[in-house]
Write a protein that binds this ligand. Structure first.
Ligand SMILES: NC(=O)C1=CN([C@@H]2O[C@H](COP(=O)(O)OP(=O)(O)OC[C@H]3O[C@@H](n4cnc5c(N)ncnc54)[C@H](OP(=O)(O)O)[C@@H]3O)[C@@H](O)[C@H]2O)C=CC1
Ligand SMILES: O=C(O)C1=N[C@H](C(=O)O)C[C@H](O)C1
Length: 247
């Protein structure tokens, strides 16, 4: 199986490349802004798609979306781990998934995949007028998007359990009083913290916290390569990590 990496020079992309080689799969090359013939790094997505069965994309929202057309044309499977998309960019990904298999996940870690399932169950069980929901995420100082993609995914699952749309109850600006039924978000950025997420549910008399801490970025790279192996050759469609870790 030939696996390419978009964002291969980045923190996660470089680890994904190591995992591919470590698993004795064929690393077909990578995409970044500066080409490098020695390391098979190109700037044209069509060139990478043309020599790959599947590409793991961990770059930036703009760079990821710029790949959509070339990957669809080459019928190349697409694992997307990039976060921070706007609504228009999300739509472009959904559009591509009508032509090629796309697996999209804000977090490739198995434990976090389980946490998403638990968040949905708690949303369905804990009454919104009794339990305030807050999501706290902490990441390294280089992270660009906030709230993190994972925090938003936790919020979406919890909201789905509550049978509300996250867009209707999301609170990121914390000035003023907390809204009834709000799902609040807070972000911290410091040092080299890999990624921490907590869903904190508080009533007048108790608190329940679901937490996940990644302390080695390799957990994401390993999940991404598992996802790539699973996705190559699948029919067109939009898939997620529950397909891999079965939450
Ligand atoms: N799903 C998951 O489990 C995880 C997802 N992520 C997400 O992955 C993404 C990357 O994270 P991280 O590795 O830390 O980021 P880095 O900034 O370290 O890496 C970004 C990579 O994308 C490339 N890139 C950026 N902009 C462009 C562009 N316009 N055109 C082509 N290539 C571009 C960079 O290449 P260069 O600068 O060399 O041109 C680099 O290779 C983020 O969205 C992050 O949130 C991160 C960890 C886990
Ligand atoms: O940028 C990161 O580093 C991470 N990004 C992902 C996100 O936005 O949720 C996943 C992980 O927490 C690390």
């Amino acid at each position: 199986m030939r696996i390419g990496i978009a964002g291969i020079t980045g923190r996660l992309g470089a680890l994904c490349a190591e995992e591919v080689v470590g698993a004795q799969l064929h690393l077909s090359g990578g995409l970044a802004r500066k080409p490098d013939a020695l390391r098979h790094i190109v700037t044209d997505p069509a060139r990478l798609a043309g020599c790959s069965d599947v590409v793991i994309d961990v770059s930036s929202p703009e760079a990821t979306c710029a790949n959509a057309e070339a990957f669809a044309q080459a019928r190349c499977a697409w694992v997307i781990g990039t976060t921070g998309f706007n609504a228009e960019q999300e739509e472009a990904i959904i559009c591509a998934s009508r032509q090629i298999p796309v697996l999209r996940a804000a977090n490739f870690a198995p434990g976090l995949t389980m946490l998403l399932d638990l968040a949905r169950q708690l949303g369905a069980k804990l009454p919104a007028d009794e339990y305030d929901a807050e999501i706290l995420e902490t990441h390294h100082r280089q992270k660009r998007d906030a709230p993190s993609g994972t925090a938003l995914a936790i919020g979406e699952q919890f909201a789905e359990g509550r049978k509300v749309a996250l867009a209707d109850v999301i609170e990121t600006d914390r000035s003023g009083l907390r809204g009834d039924g709000a799902i609040g978000f807070a972000s911290l950025r410091a040092g080299q913290i890999v990624g921490e997420h907590s869903l904190i549910l508080t009533s007048g008399t108790e608190q329940i916290t679901l937490s996940h801490r990644a302390f080695d970025r390799r957990v994401f790279a390993q999940g991404a390569v598992k996802a790539a192996r699973w996705l190559a050759g699948k029919p067109a469609g939009l898939y997620g990590m529950t397909e891999i870790f079965g939450a």
